[in-house]
Structure formats: C-alpha cells, structure tokens
Design a binder for this molecule. Sequence first.
Ligand SMILES: [Zn+2]
Length: 321
Amino acid sequence: MERRHFLSGSALFAAQAQTQPQREYEAGGDGSTSYTVDTVVERPLQGRPHQGKVLAAIQPHCDDVPIFAGGTVLKLLAEGYTGVLITMSNDSMAGTGASIGEIVAANERDTREVARRLGLKEAIFLNYPNHNMDGWPILEMRARLVFLFRVLQVDTVLCYDPSALYERNPDHYVTARAVESACWMAASEWDYPEHFRAGLKPHGPRDRYYFARGPQLVNRVVDIAPYIDQKVFVNMANVTQGPAGNLGAELRRSLAAQGRKLPLLGDTDDDANRAYTKRFALARDQIRGRARGLAFAEYFHYVPPDESEVPAYVAQNSVPL
Ligand SMILES: [Zn+2]
C-alpha cells in the first residue's frame, strides 16, 4: 500500500506511464492474482498524441458518462481523439415529464446536448427498455456493438466496469458485459462473418476505461483538473434526470422563498447551477482527486491493449545463427 502511494505521486512514475502503458499479456489478463495493484496517474498530454484515434463513450443512461467519465472524454478529445456517444437504454423511466413519452423525448434531447458539449461527433441510441435490459438478449446487444465498433473503427471505449462489485442497476451491468465481450469479438476474424461480406474488417477497441459506482479495481487515475469546468457544463445538460441540471437554481429559488440564501450559489441561475454541480453533483471528483494529490480526478479500471511480448523480445535478444 505504501509503495503504491509513493509511486502514484512520483512524477517519474507518471512520466514512465505515459510512454510505457501497463501491459496485458495475450488473452491472459495481466497475470496478477491480487486486488492490490499499482495505480498510474494519467496526466494531461501535450499536443495531439491520439490524433486519428476513435473513442466510444458507452452508457446505459444519459447521465452515466457525464458523471463518471466526462472529464476523461474531454481530455482524450483534446489530445486528438474523435468520438461518439452510444446510449443503450431509451431512458424512459427516469426524469420529469407528464408522460413516459415526454420523458423519453426530453432525455434524448439532453443526451444530444451532452454529446455536443463533450465535443463528440454523434449521439447513437440503441433504444433498449430502461430498467429492463436484463430481460433482453445480451447476444443481440453484443452483435450491434460489434457492428458499430467495426463501422466506426473504434479504438477505445469508456463504459461501466463489467467486474465491479455491488452494482444494483441491471442496465449498468448488462451494458458493461455486452461491451466487454463485443470489444474482443469485434477484432475476431471468425465472429459475424457477414460483416466482412459487406466490406467491413475485423476491428475491436484495444483500450478500455471502465468506471464504477461501487468498489472496483482501480489502476488508472485521470487528472481532469483542466476540464472540470467543462465537465460541469456537460452535466448541466442533463436537466430531465441526473444529479446536476437545474438543481442549483431550484435550490436558490426555494431558499429565497424562505428568505435565505447560500453564498455558494451566487446571484444568477447559471451561477447556481454551476456551483451546485461542481460542489455537490461532482463532489466525488474532488474527493478522489485529493486522495491522489490532484484537484479533480476520475477513477478507472483501465485495460490496456492485449499484446504479445514476443516481437520486442526477439528484437532485443535474437542473434545471428
Ligand atoms: Zn445509469
């Protein structure tokens, strides 16, 4: 534990991590038998080292990616990625509205605005029944995701952690499991061969950033300090459901009706929403950042590209016959 904390705070270690990502040996995980892992701090990178790469931020509901991975999506896009937002459910069961249909439409509008504020090119909706995704064949979700990964040439996914503990929402763990298997099957030359007949090639995401609501194995801490204010703005787009939206302005108004105010919430609705979102809706980011010596952070179980160590070993150690 002490060693891990020491290494996490070390600038040297962080610099090494940026040039030498944690490896995962071919199809065998990282070989670890422990839940205690070294944690790499991913800091802002100069320039656009990810130019040409594509990410898919995948969520069951409209507020999941904004809450848990919004800062990392903003960071990766600033460093050269392009990307899409894929929402798995129809978001029919959460939010304010006079009917289920109204809620669906409002959440869909919010989600498009979330994608726009994140800087993603497109919002894709797979329209599975909210709160009931565990009644739907995971095989069908996987097949659709494999198709999207191949068409969009997705290199990196951000999604719920399929190995996280204590997740109570079936939409969350079903999405996570569908994404996990779709990532490696999309790269297979044998799965869904009809895609190849239509001109697609095997291609699967090789970097995976998995987030969780409950305990998870955390081996990647992303420094999102430069992006926290934009992350706040992204979360404010979810006005129909979620922990941010207009809740700051509503609290300010209800306090005013009682003849009181919170200095934190400022003098306008916009000030109130921004302050409320940063202080309450995204309080987790500050707590997690401080624990690692950062102002704001997002935590992930990061799964790196699954590569053979043989080519590098051969290059370094082969000798003439
Ligand atoms: Zn959710």
